[in-house]
Every structure is written in C-alpha cells, then in structure tokens.
Design a protein around this ligand. Structure first.
Ligand SMILES: Cc1cc2nc3c(=O)[nH]c(=O)nc-3n(C[C@H](O)[C@H](O)[C@H](O)COP(=O)(O)O)c2cc1C
Length: 149
C-alpha cells in the first residue's frame, strides 16, 4: 500500500513488515543473541531521536516489526532497514495512517519467540509464525497480543 504525502501536517503512520533472518546468522544461537541485542541497541539509540516507537518480534527464524512515527521518519528508517544484510526477503504487510500510537511506551519493544504469540498463530489456524498470512483483522489482534506480551 502506498503512503500518501500530506504537505501541511506530518501524518502519523504505522508500518509493519516481516523478513527472514539471514540464514547464516540463524544457525548459531550465540551469534543470534548478539545480533538481536545489537539491533535493539541501535533502535533504542536512534528511534527516540526520530519519534519512532514500535515492536520487533523474532521467532521461527523471522522478524516481524511494527514501526510507528512521523511519515518521513518511518520512510527513512524503512530505507535503512531494507538495506540491512542481517535479514532478507523483507515484505511490507501494512502501511497506514493512524491517529494514535499503539506502542507509545517503547522506542522499540523487543520480544523473542513468546509462547503467547505461538499460541495466537496456532489458534488462528497456522502451524508456524507466518504474519504474512494474516488478514487485516488478525493483524490488529497480533499487534494487541504483542503489546501485552
Ligand atoms: C530486523 C531489523 C530491525 C531493525 N530495526 C531498527 C530500528 O527500529 N531502528 C534503528 O535505528 N535501526 C534498526 N535496525 C538497524 C538498521 O538497519 C541500521 O543498522 C541502524 O539503524 C544503523 O544505525 P547507526 O547508524 O546508528 O549505526 C534494524 C535492523 C534489522 C535487521
């Protein structure tokens, strides 16, 4: 979905994507922990400066990230993240204007493979963590579950 540019006031947008961790990095648990810690450090350092909030989930060798903030900041961050070699196959799932932030308490909440999320996918009828298969309604529910996990 294309973001619309509003020249008068900068809109608040919510963007969600999923990607696969680079296969070389998924193999080694220590390396993986190191990578997620580094990403979170970068997110915590940069996001508050750009009024970005959100959540980053890692599970089933995949990332799911929801980024909220002023449209230009979200666009810039997406460009940076798209170039990051630590993951591949980035697929944008949602890109919408919103009135309110869902993750306003976090510059980037990080969740590593949480049972409540696995349970959510099982109940929704999926065998594994596959956010790209969710309907719009299920995506809203996933964001709620991530907020409270
Ligand atoms: C899955 C994933 C999520 C990321 N999320 C963020 C983020 O929310 N904020 C951020 O600044 N960098 C994030 N990064 C890292 C950026 O791609 C980039 O490496 C970083 O912004 C560079 O920061 P620096 O210029 O301070 O070194 C993410 C990377 C990956 C692979």
């Amino acid at each position: 979905m294309e973001l619309e540019i509003d020249n008068l006031t900068e809109s608040l947008v919510l963007l969600a994507y999923t990607s696969r961790i680079h296969p070389e990095l998924a193999k080694d648990k220590v390396k993986l922990n190191c990578i997620t810690t580094t990403i979170l450090g970068q997110a915590n350092k940069n996001n508050s400066t750009h009024h970005i909030t959100g959540v980053l989930y890692y599970g089933n060798e995949r990332f799911f990230q929801c980024i909220e903030g002023p449209e230009s900041a979200v666009r810039e961050l997406l460009k940076t993240i798209q170039k990051d070699p630590r993951h591949i196959e980035l697929q944008i799932l949602v890109s919408i204007k919103v009135r309110n932030r869902r993750f306003n308490s976090w510059s980037m909440k990080f969740i590593h493979s949480h049972p409540s999320i696995q349970e959510y996918f099982t109940q929704a009828g999926f065998n594994s963590f596959t956010p790209e298969k969710l309907s719009k309604k299920q995506m809203v529910q996933l964001l709620k579950t991530l907020k409270h996990s």
